[in-house]
Design a protein around this ligand. Sequence first.
Ligand SMILES: [Zn+2]
Length: 372
Amino acid sequence: AIMDLFGSLFELYPFADEKYGHAQFGWGGGMEHTTMSFMGNFSRGLIAHELAHQWFGDKITCGSWKDIWLNESFATYLTELVTENFDGDVAFKNWRNEIVDSNSWRCVTNSPNGSVFVTDTTSVGRIFDGRLSYRKGAMVLHMLRYKLGDVDFFQAIKNYLADPNLVYGYAKTEDLIQHFEAQSGEDLTEFFNDWFIGEGHPSFDLTYSQETTENLRIRINQTQSNASVSFFETPLPILITEVGGTTQLIRLEVTENNQLFILNYVNDVVSIEIDPDYHIISKNNSVTLGTISTILDADIKLLPNPVKDVLEIQVTNAIDLKDVIIYNSLGQKVRQVSSKIEQISLKDLSVGVYVIEIYTTQGKIIKKIIKK
Ligand SMILES: [Zn+2]
Protein backbone atom coordinates (compact mmCIF):
# COMPACT_ATOMS: atom_id res chain seq x y z
CA ALA A 1 0.00 0.00 0.00
CA ILE A 2 2.90 2.39 0.69
CA MET A 3 4.33 1.48 -2.68
CA ASP A 4 0.94 2.18 -4.28
CA LEU A 5 0.82 5.56 -2.56
CA PHE A 6 4.28 6.60 -3.74
CA GLY A 7 3.43 5.23 -7.17
CA SER A 8 0.33 7.40 -7.41
CA LEU A 9 1.91 10.53 -5.89
CA PHE A 10 5.06 10.33 -8.00
CA GLU A 11 5.56 7.47 -10.42
CA LEU A 12 5.77 3.71 -10.60
CA TYR A 13 8.35 1.94 -8.52
CA PRO A 14 11.55 2.55 -10.52
CA PHE A 15 12.91 -0.99 -10.26
CA ALA A 16 9.67 -2.78 -11.06
CA ASP A 17 11.42 -5.20 -13.43
CA GLU A 18 14.32 -6.54 -11.41
CA LYS A 19 13.59 -5.96 -7.72
CA TYR A 20 9.85 -6.07 -7.34
CA GLY A 21 9.78 -9.25 -5.26
CA HIS A 22 12.29 -7.98 -2.76
CA ALA A 23 10.48 -4.70 -2.28
CA GLN A 24 7.14 -6.39 -1.97
CA PHE A 25 8.56 -8.60 0.75
CA GLY A 26 9.53 -5.46 2.65
CA TRP A 27 6.12 -4.00 2.05
CA GLY A 28 4.41 -7.17 3.23
CA GLY A 29 6.50 -7.18 6.40
CA GLY A 30 5.45 -3.63 7.11
CA MET A 31 1.80 -4.37 6.67
CA GLU A 32 1.90 -7.28 9.07
CA HIS A 33 2.73 -4.85 11.80
CA THR A 34 0.19 -2.15 11.09
CA THR A 35 -2.38 -3.73 13.37
CA MET A 36 0.05 -3.50 16.26
CA SER A 37 0.19 -0.17 17.99
CA PHE A 38 3.42 1.72 18.52
CA MET A 39 5.96 -0.70 17.12
CA GLY A 40 3.77 -1.26 14.12
CA ASN A 41 3.76 2.42 13.27
CA PHE A 42 7.47 2.67 13.88
CA SER A 43 8.08 -0.18 11.46
CA ARG A 44 5.82 1.41 8.91
CA GLY A 45 7.81 4.64 9.12
CA LEU A 46 11.07 2.81 8.68
CA ILE A 47 9.75 0.83 5.74
CA ALA A 48 8.35 3.97 4.13
CA HIS A 49 11.70 5.73 4.58
CA GLU A 50 13.70 2.91 3.00
CA LEU A 51 11.17 2.43 0.21
CA ALA A 52 11.26 6.17 -0.56
CA HIS A 53 15.00 5.83 -1.13
CA GLN A 54 14.25 3.63 -4.15
CA TRP A 55 13.23 6.85 -5.92
CA PHE A 56 15.20 9.42 -3.93
CA GLY A 57 18.64 7.94 -3.48
CA ASP A 58 18.70 4.95 -5.81
CA LYS A 59 16.95 6.06 -8.99
CA ILE A 60 18.43 9.54 -8.52
CA THR A 61 21.42 9.80 -6.21
CA CYS A 62 22.62 13.00 -4.59
CA GLY A 63 25.54 14.39 -6.59
CA SER A 64 27.64 15.26 -3.55
CA TRP A 65 27.43 15.16 0.24
CA LYS A 66 26.33 18.80 0.09
CA ASP A 67 23.16 17.58 -1.58
CA ILE A 68 22.44 14.72 0.84
CA TRP A 69 19.03 16.25 1.51
CA LEU A 70 17.97 15.09 -1.98
CA ASN A 71 18.08 11.61 -0.44
CA GLU A 72 17.27 12.03 3.24
CA SER A 73 14.84 14.98 3.32
CA PHE A 74 12.77 13.34 0.61
CA ALA A 75 12.75 9.99 2.43
CA THR A 76 11.74 11.80 5.63
CA TYR A 77 8.99 13.80 3.92
CA LEU A 78 7.65 10.80 2.00
CA THR A 79 7.33 8.97 5.31
CA GLU A 80 5.07 11.81 6.48
CA LEU A 81 3.11 11.67 3.23
CA VAL A 82 2.30 8.13 4.36
CA THR A 83 1.12 9.61 7.67
CA GLU A 84 -0.98 12.18 5.81
CA ASN A 85 -2.60 9.67 3.48
CA PHE A 86 -3.06 6.76 5.91
CA ASP A 87 -3.69 8.55 9.22
CA GLY A 88 -5.19 11.86 8.08
CA ASP A 89 -4.57 15.60 8.31
CA VAL A 90 -4.48 15.78 12.10
CA ALA A 91 -1.68 13.21 12.39
CA PHE A 92 0.24 14.99 9.62
CA LYS A 93 -0.23 18.34 11.37
CA ASN A 94 0.95 16.82 14.66
CA TRP A 95 4.20 15.82 12.98
CA ARG A 96 4.71 19.38 11.69
CA ASN A 97 3.92 20.75 15.14
CA GLU A 98 6.54 18.47 16.69
CA ILE A 99 9.34 19.38 14.33
CA VAL A 100 8.53 23.10 13.90
CA ASP A 101 7.79 24.24 17.44
CA SER A 102 7.73 21.80 20.35
CA ASN A 103 9.80 20.53 23.27
CA SER A 104 10.62 17.34 21.39
CA TRP A 105 14.22 16.44 20.64
CA ARG A 106 13.07 16.19 17.04
CA CYS A 107 12.19 19.89 16.88
CA VAL A 108 14.29 21.64 14.20
CA THR A 109 14.12 25.04 15.93
CA ASN A 110 15.84 23.70 19.06
CA SER A 111 18.96 25.46 17.81
CA PRO A 112 19.03 28.96 16.27
CA ASN A 113 21.68 27.81 13.79
CA GLY A 114 22.25 25.33 11.00
CA SER A 115 21.42 25.02 7.31
CA VAL A 116 20.00 22.13 5.33
CA PHE A 117 22.86 22.70 2.90
CA VAL A 118 25.93 20.82 4.17
CA THR A 119 28.82 23.25 4.58
CA ASP A 120 31.25 20.81 6.21
CA THR A 121 31.39 17.67 4.08
CA THR A 122 34.31 16.30 6.12
CA SER A 123 31.96 15.70 9.05
CA VAL A 124 29.90 12.53 8.78
CA GLY A 125 27.92 13.72 11.79
CA ARG A 126 26.96 16.90 9.98
CA ILE A 127 26.17 15.17 6.67
CA PHE A 128 23.74 12.82 8.42
CA ASP A 129 22.54 15.36 10.99
CA GLY A 130 18.95 14.30 11.64
CA ARG A 131 17.78 17.79 12.55
CA LEU A 132 19.11 19.45 9.40
CA SER A 133 19.58 16.93 6.58
CA TYR A 134 16.44 14.98 7.45
CA ARG A 135 13.83 16.96 9.36
CA LYS A 136 14.52 20.60 8.48
CA GLY A 137 14.96 19.59 4.84
CA ALA A 138 11.66 17.69 4.95
CA MET A 139 9.96 20.77 6.36
CA VAL A 140 11.56 22.94 3.65
CA LEU A 141 9.97 20.59 1.12
CA HIS A 142 6.65 21.04 2.89
CA MET A 143 7.02 24.83 2.82
CA LEU A 144 7.70 24.62 -0.89
CA ARG A 145 4.52 22.59 -1.27
CA TYR A 146 2.60 25.20 0.74
CA LYS A 147 4.09 28.02 -1.34
CA LEU A 148 3.57 26.47 -4.78
CA GLY A 149 0.45 24.39 -4.15
CA ASP A 150 0.02 20.62 -4.50
CA VAL A 151 -0.32 20.53 -8.28
CA ASP A 152 2.95 22.26 -9.13
CA PHE A 153 4.81 20.72 -6.20
CA PHE A 154 4.08 17.11 -7.10
CA GLN A 155 4.34 17.68 -10.85
CA ALA A 156 7.79 19.28 -10.45
CA ILE A 157 8.98 16.23 -8.51
CA LYS A 158 7.55 13.92 -11.18
CA ASN A 159 9.44 15.92 -13.80
CA TYR A 160 12.62 15.66 -11.71
CA LEU A 161 12.20 11.89 -11.39
CA ALA A 162 11.70 11.62 -15.16
CA ASP A 163 14.58 13.90 -16.17
CA PRO A 164 16.75 11.81 -18.54
CA ASN A 165 19.84 13.73 -17.40
CA LEU A 166 19.31 12.65 -13.80
CA VAL A 167 17.67 9.23 -13.69
CA TYR A 168 19.87 6.31 -12.73
CA GLY A 169 22.51 8.95 -12.17
CA TYR A 170 23.28 11.94 -9.99
CA ALA A 171 21.49 15.19 -9.19
CA LYS A 172 22.46 18.41 -7.50
CA THR A 173 20.16 20.74 -5.63
CA GLU A 174 20.22 23.15 -8.60
CA ASP A 175 18.66 20.41 -10.74
CA LEU A 176 15.74 20.10 -8.33
CA ILE A 177 15.33 23.89 -8.09
CA GLN A 178 15.29 24.12 -11.88
CA HIS A 179 12.37 21.67 -12.04
CA PHE A 180 10.42 23.53 -9.34
CA GLU A 181 11.00 26.86 -11.15
CA ALA A 182 10.12 25.50 -14.58
CA GLN A 183 6.89 23.94 -13.33
CA SER A 184 5.72 26.85 -11.16
CA GLY A 185 7.08 29.76 -13.21
CA GLU A 186 8.38 31.26 -9.96
CA ASP A 187 11.88 32.47 -9.18
CA LEU A 188 12.87 30.42 -6.13
CA THR A 189 16.36 31.89 -5.65
CA GLU A 190 15.35 33.80 -2.53
CA PHE A 191 13.42 30.86 -1.10
CA PHE A 192 16.42 28.53 -1.32
CA ASN A 193 18.85 31.24 -0.17
CA ASP A 194 16.81 31.75 2.98
CA TRP A 195 15.58 28.28 3.89
CA PHE A 196 18.16 25.94 2.33
CA ILE A 197 21.49 27.80 2.35
CA GLY A 198 20.68 30.23 5.15
CA GLU A 199 20.64 29.16 8.77
CA GLY A 200 18.04 29.43 11.46
CA HIS A 201 14.42 30.50 11.41
CA PRO A 202 12.22 33.58 11.82
CA SER A 203 10.08 34.76 14.73
CA PHE A 204 7.03 36.83 13.87
CA ASP A 205 5.52 39.59 15.99
CA LEU A 206 2.07 40.48 14.78
CA THR A 207 0.26 43.60 15.97
CA TYR A 208 -3.32 44.25 14.98
CA SER A 209 -5.88 46.96 15.50
CA GLN A 210 -9.44 47.48 14.40
CA GLU A 211 -10.54 51.10 14.88
CA THR A 212 -13.52 50.47 12.66
CA THR A 213 -14.94 47.05 11.89
CA GLU A 214 -14.27 47.33 8.17
CA ASN A 215 -10.65 48.21 8.71
CA LEU A 216 -8.50 45.49 10.28
CA ARG A 217 -4.85 46.52 10.32
CA ILE A 218 -2.10 43.97 10.76
CA ARG A 219 1.56 44.81 11.05
CA ILE A 220 4.12 42.02 10.98
CA ASN A 221 7.61 42.34 12.33
CA GLN A 222 10.20 39.59 11.92
CA THR A 223 13.44 38.75 13.69
CA GLN A 224 15.86 36.06 12.57
CA SER A 225 17.57 33.51 14.81
CA ASN A 226 20.75 33.62 12.72
CA ALA A 227 22.41 36.58 11.00
CA SER A 228 22.94 34.62 7.77
CA VAL A 229 19.40 35.50 6.67
CA SER A 230 18.38 39.17 6.63
CA PHE A 231 14.70 38.42 6.04
CA PHE A 232 12.66 35.28 5.46
CA GLU A 233 10.15 36.10 2.72
CA THR A 234 7.24 33.71 3.09
CA PRO A 235 3.55 33.17 2.73
CA LEU A 236 2.20 33.25 6.28
CA PRO A 237 -1.16 31.79 7.24
CA ILE A 238 -3.07 33.52 10.03
CA LEU A 239 -6.28 32.43 11.69
CA ILE A 240 -8.73 35.21 12.52
CA THR A 241 -11.42 34.51 15.10
CA GLU A 242 -14.46 36.77 15.14
CA VAL A 243 -16.98 37.55 17.85
CA GLY A 244 -19.26 34.53 17.97
CA GLY A 245 -16.44 32.13 17.19
CA THR A 246 -16.41 32.17 13.40
CA THR A 247 -12.89 31.66 12.09
CA GLN A 248 -11.23 32.57 8.85
CA LEU A 249 -7.85 31.38 7.63
CA ILE A 250 -6.00 34.00 5.60
CA ARG A 251 -2.68 33.79 3.81
CA LEU A 252 -0.45 36.87 3.92
CA GLU A 253 2.57 37.28 1.65
CA VAL A 254 5.26 38.58 3.98
CA THR A 255 7.94 40.29 1.89
CA GLU A 256 9.47 42.98 4.13
CA ASN A 257 9.82 43.94 7.73
CA ASN A 258 7.10 45.99 9.44
CA GLN A 259 4.79 45.26 6.54
CA LEU A 260 1.30 46.64 6.93
CA PHE A 261 -1.76 44.69 5.80
CA ILE A 262 -5.15 46.34 5.74
CA LEU A 263 -8.08 43.98 5.42
CA ASN A 264 -11.65 44.98 4.82
CA TYR A 265 -13.14 42.99 7.61
CA VAL A 266 -16.81 43.11 8.37
CA ASN A 267 -16.97 41.57 11.83
CA ASP A 268 -15.28 42.31 15.14
CA VAL A 269 -12.09 40.33 15.58
CA VAL A 270 -11.37 38.78 18.97
CA SER A 271 -8.10 36.99 18.29
CA ILE A 272 -5.49 36.20 15.68
CA GLU A 273 -3.22 33.16 15.58
CA ILE A 274 -0.05 32.83 13.49
CA ASP A 275 0.36 29.67 11.41
CA PRO A 276 -2.00 27.46 13.45
CA ASP A 277 -1.33 24.43 11.24
CA TYR A 278 2.49 24.67 11.30
CA HIS A 279 3.16 25.12 7.60
CA ILE A 280 6.13 27.45 8.14
CA ILE A 281 9.29 26.96 10.21
CA SER A 282 9.11 29.63 12.90
CA LYS A 283 9.28 29.88 16.66
CA ASN A 284 8.49 32.30 19.51
CA ASN A 285 5.80 34.12 17.57
CA SER A 286 3.64 36.68 19.32
CA VAL A 287 0.33 38.42 18.66
CA THR A 288 -0.57 41.75 20.26
CA LEU A 289 -3.72 43.80 20.11
CA GLY A 290 -2.23 47.26 19.69
CA THR A 291 -2.63 50.55 17.96
CA ILE A 292 -1.82 51.02 14.30
CA SER A 293 -3.39 54.37 13.63
CA THR A 294 -0.60 56.06 11.72
CA ILE A 295 1.62 54.94 8.92
CA LEU A 296 5.29 54.37 9.54
CA ASP A 297 8.15 56.16 7.89
CA ALA A 298 9.14 52.89 6.22
CA ASP A 299 5.79 52.65 4.43
CA ILE A 300 6.73 55.47 2.08
CA LYS A 301 9.96 55.82 0.17
CA LEU A 302 11.09 58.87 -1.81
CA LEU A 303 13.43 58.04 -4.66
CA PRO A 304 15.90 59.28 -5.54
CA ASN A 305 16.89 61.48 -2.65
CA PRO A 306 18.70 63.78 -3.37
CA VAL A 307 16.60 64.34 -6.47
CA LYS A 308 17.41 66.24 -9.66
CA ASP A 309 14.38 65.83 -11.92
CA VAL A 310 11.59 63.40 -11.14
CA LEU A 311 10.74 62.34 -7.59
CA GLU A 312 9.09 58.97 -7.25
CA ILE A 313 6.88 58.24 -4.25
CA GLN A 314 6.80 54.55 -3.46
CA VAL A 315 4.11 53.32 -1.09
CA THR A 316 3.46 49.87 0.30
CA ASN A 317 0.59 47.95 -1.25
CA ALA A 318 -1.89 48.58 1.50
CA ILE A 319 -1.66 52.38 1.25
CA ASP A 320 -3.03 54.81 -1.34
CA LEU A 321 -1.70 58.31 -1.91
CA LYS A 322 -4.10 61.24 -1.58
CA ASP A 323 -2.26 64.57 -1.52
CA VAL A 324 1.35 65.62 -1.72
CA ILE A 325 2.42 69.10 -0.64
CA ILE A 326 5.97 70.42 -0.89
CA TYR A 327 7.32 73.36 1.16
CA ASN A 328 10.61 75.19 0.78
CA SER A 329 12.92 76.00 3.68
CA LEU A 330 10.95 79.22 4.31
CA GLY A 331 7.75 77.25 4.82
CA GLN A 332 6.23 78.41 1.54
CA LYS A 333 4.13 75.96 -0.41
CA VAL A 334 5.85 75.37 -3.74
CA ARG A 335 3.90 72.41 -5.07
CA GLN A 336 0.64 70.62 -4.41
CA VAL A 337 -0.50 67.50 -6.17
CA SER A 338 -4.00 66.32 -5.34
CA SER A 339 -4.16 62.94 -6.92
CA LYS A 340 -2.70 59.49 -6.78
CA ILE A 341 0.23 60.52 -8.97
CA GLU A 342 3.38 58.84 -7.71
CA GLN A 343 5.87 60.76 -9.85
CA ILE A 344 6.40 64.49 -9.49
CA SER A 345 8.69 66.62 -11.63
CA LEU A 346 10.83 68.92 -9.50
CA LYS A 347 13.00 70.13 -12.36
CA ASP A 348 12.02 73.80 -11.88
CA LEU A 349 12.73 73.96 -8.14
CA SER A 350 15.92 75.63 -6.97
CA VAL A 351 18.60 73.68 -5.16
CA GLY A 352 17.97 73.15 -1.45
CA VAL A 353 16.13 71.24 1.25
CA TYR A 354 12.35 70.79 1.01
CA VAL A 355 9.73 69.42 3.35
CA ILE A 356 7.22 67.08 1.77
CA GLU A 357 3.89 66.27 3.37
CA ILE A 358 2.33 63.07 2.11
CA TYR A 359 -1.33 62.41 2.82
CA THR A 360 -2.51 58.83 2.39
CA THR A 361 -5.51 56.68 3.10
CA GLN A 362 -3.69 55.73 6.32
CA GLY A 363 -2.73 59.16 7.53
CA LYS A 364 -0.06 61.78 6.98
CA ILE A 365 3.69 61.51 7.01
CA ILE A 366 6.34 64.22 6.70
CA LYS A 367 9.71 63.74 5.03
CA LYS A 368 12.59 65.84 3.80
CA ILE A 369 14.10 65.82 0.34
CA ILE A 370 17.16 67.46 -1.09
CA LYS A 371 16.95 69.08 -4.52
CA LYS A 372 20.17 69.03 -6.50
ZN1 LIG B 1 17.60 7.48 4.71
